[in-house]
Write a protein that binds this ligand. Structure first.
Ligand code: SF4
Ligand code: SF4
Length: 189
């Protein structure tokens, strides 16, 4: 894949701020692409983790915040686990997601931001994921109530999805985390 780098003034570079936020040292990346090879969403995205690393290293600026992987990443941390240099690649993607929100980077096309919002809202309310509420919020947002529902009865039957929320999560602590994050970072979830 050809990587196109727009000419960026050093002062506009995201490299240092991403290093500060993630605690990762971008300069030790070997470009071995093991992170991209293991990424479960890499085949669906235009940009891949190793490409993000390379572009950051070459002083890419705010245009990087419009990369689709920022919102498609499922935070599985496979990239971090596979990196032979011990780079926390997932933390780098997290840092870019945070910057994208702060700097109001243009929204991704499609429903990925909507899904993220529905997921975070249910974690905030219930203290952990609650799939039924998340699916309902997501479907309300898309207006497509009956799409992708064919496996729902089987999942319900096999206990993969519960009709009632789990009471195991510590709602108070989770809500406090969300409150603090909003106060400190001005993030909207
Ligand atoms: S696995 Fe690590 S060293 Fe290899 S390209 Fe990805 S970040 Fe760089
Ligand atoms: S954490 Fe994100 S970027 Fe890393 S492997 Fe998982 S989905 Fe891909």
């Amino acid at each position: 894949m050809t990587i196109t780098i727009r000419k960026t003034k050093k002062s506009d570079s995201l490299k240092e701020i991403v290093e500060q936020l993630s605690g990762a040292d971008l300069s030790i990346c070997l470009q071995c692409k093991k992170c991209s090879g293991g990424c479960p969403v890499g085949k669906q995205t235009l940009s891949r983790p190793s490409e993000i690393m390379r572009r950051l290293h070459l002083n890419a600026g705010n245009e990087l915040l419009e990369s689709d992987i920022i919102w498609t990443c499922v935070s599985c941390e496979t990239c971090s686990a596979r990196c032979p240099m011990g780079i926390e690649v997932a933390a780098i993607i997290d840092a870019l997601r945070k910057l994208a929100l702060e700097r109001k980077a243009s929204k991704q096309k499609g429903n990925v931001p909507l899904f993220n919002k529905a997921f975070l809202k249910t974690v905030e309310i219930f203290g952990r994921t609650y799939e039924i509420a998340m699916i309902a919020a997501y479907k309300l947002g898309t207006g497509k109530f009956m799409s992708d529902t064919e496996k729902f009865p089987t999942m319900l039957k096999k206990g993969k999805i519960s009709l009632i929320p789990s009471l195991n999560g510590d709602r108070k602590i989770v809500r406090r985390i969300f409150k603090k994050t909003k106060e400190n970072k001005g993030a909207k979830v």
